[in-house]
Design a protein around this ligand. Structure first.
Ligand SMILES: [Cu+2]
Ligand SMILES: [Zn+2]
Length: 256
């Protein structure tokens, strides 16, 4: 074989390698993009969560158009999108799924109730924005049968053994204590939760005085279940007695 032929073969081989590398490069990039969009299709749970998040996040959608469309578009547009939004972008579509959704104004909250020292009250309380207010639903066990004062308190702090670290009733409007349906009441006045003979109490009503917006937002506040009944009248707390359960109200995923 002549030197010329060998070098010609080398050039050919190099060209083939370059083409192969090029061919490999392009589809793999497309694959990446397809993959980041995957949660919308095959994994229904993720898809639902993401869509629910976007539904609530009107601002984001208005500002940036359809996210899915952006990703289907050319690389340049995609890079622009990434530059603009930095980490948010990566988190939103990363492999971690929905663990780091972009921040949105919360519309749901959850409080996990734990017993205070010497008591057994335990369970959960959910808050979900609905038409007409905030739906409050709860299930608390370990109570004595009958009514128990049930309030949002000022601080999301259950560090004290007796729950007093949660402060007084959450009262952003400076009103007197009252029942949940009274015109004048603390925002935190949810009335009573009634336990049956088995010590289990359920609560489900729509509260028109609660909000997720601004200074009056219930997010981060405390939730207290009392030993006794709230008389819906006595100032400033309804004379509901000791605190048997305490919770911190945190941001929750939207309802399923
Ligand atoms: Cu209370
Ligand atoms: Zn009150």
């Amino acid at each position: 074989m002549s030197a010329l032929r060998i070098s010609a073969l080398c050039v050919l081989a190099a060209a083939l390698l370059a083409v192969t590398a090029c061919e490999k490069h392009d589809p793999s990039e497309h694959e990446d993009h397809a993959h980041t969009n995957e949660p919308h299709a095959p994994d229904e749970e993720h898809g639902d969560d993401e869509h629910a998040g976007h539904e609530h996040d009107d601002e984001h959608d208005d500002e940036h158009g359809n996210d899915d469309g952006d990703h289907a578009n050319a690389e340049e547009g995609d890079a622009e999108h990434a530059d603009e939004h930095g980490e948010d972008h990566a988190d939103e579509h990363g492999e971690e799924g929905t663990a780091n959704e972009p921040p949105t104004n919360p519309r749901s909250a959850i409080a996990q109730v734990r017993p205070t020292d010497g008591n057994e009250a335990a369970g959960w309380v959910r808050f979900d924005e609905v038409a007409g207010g905030v739906r409050v639903s709860a299930e608390i066990s370990g109570l004595t049968p009958g009514n128990h004062g049930f309030h949002i308190h000022q601080w999301g702090d259950c560090s004290a053994a007796n729950g007093t670290s949660a402060g007084g009733h959450f009262n952003p409007s400076g009103h007197d204590h009252g029942g949940p349906d009274a015109e004048v009441r603390h925002a935190g006045d949810l009335g009573n939760i009634e336990a049956g003979a088995d010590g289990l109490a359920r609560y489900d009503r729509i509260d028109a005085a609660l909000t997720f917006d601004g200074d009056a937002s219930l997010i981060g506040r405390g939730l207290i279940v009392h030993a006794g009944e709230d008389d819906l009248n006595s100032q400033p707390t309804g004379a509901a007695g000791a605190r048997v359960g305490c919770a911190v109200i945190g941001v929750a995923a939207p309802p399923e």
